[in-house]
Design a binder for this molecule. Structure first.
Ligand code: GDP
Length: 524
């Protein structure tokens, strides 16, 4: 019977270029969701240069595949959520990590633990998300495996339990040894695009290993394994679930080396959908009523449909097509007649969705990131971060007649949460706030391609934005009257104080003690 128990929902975390896209593709290949690797294009927001991002962005029609991918594997249904690796898109990644139950960390064997890996690991730690580790690119010369284990343990402060161990490295890479199954898996290189069955030798002591490697190499490898066993942690399922220990796999994603053992162990050990906190109580997946929260919004995902989709993680109950759910933020009931599910390369209409699953809901501007949905109960899921913009620019139109389209574009793109859009009370400026500078290029590019508006972003003297509220209407009125020049309305109609400096903000805070200044909209 279908239930949440067979769902496994996770994301891949890695530094750009470690092999996340390649791994995603191989998982889909082994999951039978695609037949030939190379078919899935990535959204590639991870790339370093804007130009790379733009080039990939032009192929956005298929990008739907990379946001959420669902595929069955050995009695389980896997939901793989994509996260952009580039630091300028980190708020998207952090929010996506709130919607998963575990993560897979991919590390480049030549580079070891890199800066983004450290950051993302910190985010996972906030919610004690269990982590699998795959050390990739063993078909190239890299650091010694034992050195990599040490590095993960020391830099990321997590115990490592190797599950597979590489036989050789670079050109000498032959396959991996599986500690738990006492199996040798030998691979052939050059079979990058199709699923390949490893040749399996049962038992490290098998004479077949001597035959396959030559007795000298085989003896050396047996010694190495003995050494590793003595020096590393044993796999402990509970410790893994508690986020204290990570099972480690070695391989080469591009050659399919070691990917299948990773996936097999993943479906065996990764946690089923976990309970989620709300402001008032913990929601467990087995509860009868359907609940969920929105962690991501994407505008114009499919250029043919030009729609905006809100991604919701189901937290409890069963979602059925046509269901009515209440958005507890707005208090409005919403009939959801055509929710989407995302199978490898296509989006399909969903019949039923279980906790752990992600559904796409068509959004007409009434759904915001962080909104909770229930069958009526007033619940608010917590922990979905909102971010304070750190950079501000004024949008300048090249064609003044396109003001309406510009406004609409900025408004809709800002629903995605990567940028925030402000309209000052006393000028006609349109100001955009972002965390990473790349966002301005991305928005300009998307305005042109998705809204047919050519705009530039130029400097403004805003440095900080704080949302303001007050219980005291009179104090608020006075504050508004005296500070019109610094006040703006955001995309949701909230009042924001735009300060040119920290000193200016502090002065305003001192002068108006009855006004509450909020760094993000979370506390509004
Ligand atoms: P991402 O930025 O983390 O998504 O990384 P990609 O999957 O795009 O990989 C970055 C580069 O590393 C690409 O050129 C891949 O072809 C290459 N790559 C990925 N996996 C392997 C591997 O196992 N071995 C080698 N040699 N290259 C790999």
């Amino acid at each position: 019977m279908e239930s949440f128990k067979n769902r496994r929902t996770f994301a891949i975390i890695s530094h750009p270029d470690a092999g996340k896209t390649t791994m995603t593709e191989k998982l889909l290949l082994f999951g039978g969701a695609i037949q030939v690797a190379g078919a899935v294009k990535s959204r590639k927001t991870d790339k370093h240069a804007t130009s790379d991002w733009m080039a990939m962005e032009q192929e956005r029609g298929i990008s739907v595949t990379s946001s959420v991918m669902q595929f069955p594997y050995k009695e389980r249904v896997i939901n793989l959520l994509d996260t952009p690796g580039h630091a300028d898109f980190s708020e998207d990644t952090y929010r996506t990590l709130t919607a998963v139950d575990s993560a897979l960390m991919v590390i480049d064997c030549a580079k070891g633990v890199e800066e983004r890996t450290i950051k993302l690991m910190e985010v996972c730690r906030l919610r004690t998300t269990p982590i699998f580790t795959f050390i990739n690119k063993l078909d190239r010369e890299g650091k010694e495996p034992i050195e990599l284990i040490d590095e993960v343990e020391n830099v990321l402060n997590i115990q490592c339990a190797p599950i597979t161990w590489p036989i050789g490295m670079g050109k000498r890479l032959k396959g991996v040894y599986h500690f738990l199954n006492d199996e040798i898996l030998l691979y052939e290189s050059g079979k990058n695009y199709e699923k390949q069955q490893a040749r399996t030798i049962q038992g490290l002591d098998s004479a077949e290993l001597d035959e396959a490697l030559g007795s000298e190499l085989a003896a050396e490898f047996r010694d190495e394994i003995e050494l590793v066993q003595g020096a590393s942690h044993e796999f402990d399922h509970q410790e893994y679930l508690a986020g204290k220990l990570t099972p480690v796999f070695f391989g080469s994603a591009i050659n399919n080396f070691g990917v299948e053992p990773l996936l097999d162990a993943f479906v065996k050990f990764a946690p089923e959908p976990q309970p989620r906190e709300t402001l008032s109580r913990v929601v467990v997946p087995g509860e009868p009523n359907c609940t969920g929260f929105v962690f991501k919004i994407q505008a114009n995902m499919d250029p043919k449909h030009r729609d905006r989709v809100a991604f919701m993680r189901i937290c409890s109950g069963v979602f059925e097509q046509g269901m009515k759910l209440t958005n507890t933020h707005t208090g409005k009931e919403l009939k959801i007649p055509s929710a989407l599910t995302f199978i490898a390369e296509s989006r399909e209409s969903v019949d039923k969705a279980f906790p752990g699953d992600i559904i796409g809901i068509h959004n007409h501007g009434t759904i915001s990131i962080g909104d909770s949905f229930t069958e009526g109960e007033d619940l608010t899921f917590t922990g979905i971060p909102s971010f304070a913009p750190e950079l501000f620019r004024r949008a300048r139109l090249k064609d003044p007649l396109k003001l309406k389209a510009l406004q609409k574009g900025l408004e809709q793109l800002s629903e995605e949460g990567a940028t925030q859009f402000f309209r000052p009370l006393i000028s006609n400026d349109l100001i955009l706030g972002a965390i990473g500078v790349l966002q301005f290029d991305v928005v300009a590019h998307r305005l042109q391609h998705e809204y047919n508006v050519k705009a530039l972003f130029e400097p403004v003297d805003t440095r900080i934005a704080y949302w303001v509220s007050s219980e005291d209407d009179k104090a608020m009125k006075q504050f508004k009257n005296r500070n019109e020049a610094n006040l703006a309305i955001d995309g949701h109609g909230h009042l924001v104080y735009l300060a040119p400096s920290m000193v200016n903000l502090q002065l305003a805070q001192e002068r108006y003690p009855d006004i509450v200044f909020h760094k993000t909209t979370e506390t509004l």
